[in-house]
Write a protein that binds this ligand. Structure first.
Ligand SMILES: C[S@@+](CC[C@H](N)C(=O)[O-])C[C@H]1O[C@@H](n2cnc3c(N)ncnc32)[C@H](O)[C@@H]1O
Length: 328
C-alpha cells in the first residue's frame, strides 16, 4: 500500500464524533453521518448505523479527482476504512465499502459478496426499518431525509397520505405510526416495493390501509388514483429512465408537471412536502402558483437539513406546498 498518513483523518473523525455522538444520544438518533469529505484528500462519506446486530459502518467513496492516481486513491480509501473501523469500534465484517467510480476496487471487499441480501434492522424515531449494506449503492434509508420523514409523520394524524417515489416507504412508516388513516406508497421498482411492504409489515401496519403500488409515478398521476389524499411526500430522483417507463423524467425540466399532477389528487387545505437532491435545482414557483390560485409555497430546507449534514447544506432542498382551504 502506498503510505498514507491516517493520523489527520483520525483526529478529524475523533473531533466529529465527540460533537455528533453527544447530539445523537440527546436526540435519540441511531444512524447518522459522521464524516462527509471534510478533508478533500479523504473524499468519503461515512455513516454509522446502530443495528440489531451491532454497529455497522457504511463508507461511500466519492469519485476521486482524475488528478489523483488510482493507487494513491486506493491507499487513501484503505486508510479511511482502517481508521474509521478502529475509531468507531466496528468490526471489519460490518464495515461496508462502496467504491463510486473505480469499480475494480470493489473486488477487494469479497466479504460483501458472501453476505449479499442480508437485511439489518435499525430504529428511526418510532419506526423499525430494514437496511441492506451490500447490494446497492444506497442502504434503503436516506439519512439526510430523517427530519423530512419526521415532519411528514408529525402532520399525518388522521390523514390519507400519498408517498411518491417511495423507495423503501420509510416515510410511509413514519406516517402510519403517527396515526395516518391510510398511506399509499408508489414506486416503480419491484425490489423496492417488496422492501417497502416488508418495512410496513415490520411495523404492524395493516396492508389493507397501507398500500404499496408498483407503478411509474407519471402514469399513476395520469390515470391511477381513484381516491384523494390530505398529505403527500414527493421525493423524485434527479433523473429516471426505466425501461418500463415510456418517457424519461428530469426533475428540473419536469417538476412543475409532476407537482401539478400530485396537487390534483389532494384535498383543499392539504400539504405536499417536496424534496429534491439535484444540485442547483430551482423550483419554478411562479409556474406552480399560476396553475393553482392560492397555493402557498415555503422553502423549509433550513428545517430539514439535520445536524449531521449541516456541513453539506446542498444535500437536499425541501419545500411545502399548501393548497388553500381549511387544514385537511
Ligand atoms: C426516492 S427517489 C431518490 C431520491 C433520493 N432522495 C436520492 O437521493 O436519489 C428513488 C426512487 O424513485 C424510484 N423511481 C425512479 N423513477 C421512478 C418512476 N418514474 N416512477 C416511480 N418510481 C420511480 C426508484 O425506484 C427509487 O425507489
Amino acid at each position: 500500500m502506498t503510505a498514507v498518513d491516517g493520523e489527520a483523518l483520525r483526529n478529524r473523525l475523533r473531533k466529529n464524533l465527540r460533537a455528533l455522538s453527544r447530539w445523537a444520544r440527546r436526540e435519540g438518533v441511531r444512524c447518522y453521518r459522521v464524516y462527509d469529505a471534510d478533508m478533500p484528500e479523504f473524499a468519503v462519506a461515512l455513516d454509522l448505523y446502530e443495528t440489531n446486530r451491532g454497529r455497522a459502518l457504511h463508507l461511500q467513496e466519492y469519485a476521486p479527482p482524475s488528478s489523483v492516481e488510482p493507487a494513491r486513491a486506493e491507499a487513501r480509501l484503505d486508510a479511511a476504512v482502517t481508521v474509521a473501523g478502529e475509531l468507531l469500534e466496528v468490526p471489519p465484517e460490518r464495515v461496508f465499502v462502496k467504491v463510486r467510480a473505480r469499480q475494480r476496487g470493489a473486488a477487494q471487499y469479497g466479504r460483501q459478496r458472501e453476505e449479499q441480501g442480508e437485511l439489518y434492522e435499525v430504529q428511526e424515531g418510532p419506526c423499525r426499518l430494514l437496511v441492506n449494506f451490500t447490494d446497492y449503492l444506497d442502504t434503503g434509508l436516506f439519512l439526510d431525509h430523517r427530519l423530512a420523514r419526521a415532519r411528514l409523520g408529525a402532520l399525518a394524524l388522521g390523514k390519507r397520505v400519498l408517498n411518491l417515489f417511495a423507495y423503501t416507504a420509510s416515510a410511509s412508516v413514519h406516517a402510519g405510526l403517527q396515526g395516518a388513516r391510510a398511506t399509499t406508497s408508489v414506486d416503480l421498482s419491484r425490489r423496492y416495493c417488496e422492501w417497502a411492504t416488508e418495512n410496513l409489515a415490520l411495523n404492524q401496519l395493516d396492508p389493507r390501509r397501507h398500500a404499496v403500488v408498483r407503478a411509474d409515478v407519471l402514469e399513476f398521476l395520469r390515470h391511477g388514483a381513484p381516491e384523494s389524499f390530505d398529505l403527500a411526500f414527493v421525493d423524485p430522483p434527479t433523473f429516471s429512465n426505466s425501461k418500463s417507463t415510456r418517457a424519461d423524467f428530469e426533475v428540473q425540466r419536469d417538476h412543475v408537471a409532476l407537482l401539478r399532477g400530485a396537487l390534483r389528487l389532494l384535498t383543499p387545505g392539504a400539504t405536499l412536502l417536496f424534496s429534491c437532491n439535484k444540485r442547483r435545482f430551482e423550483l419554478d414557483e411562479a409556474a406552480l402558483r399560476a396553475g393553482r390560485a392560492g397555493l402557498e409555497i415555503a422553502d423549509i430546507t433550513r428545517e430539514t437539513i439535520p445536524r449531521d449534514f449541516a456541513r453539506n447544506q446542498r444535500v437536499h432542498r425541501c419545500w411545502t406546498l399548501r393548497l388553500p382551504g381549511p387544514p385537511a
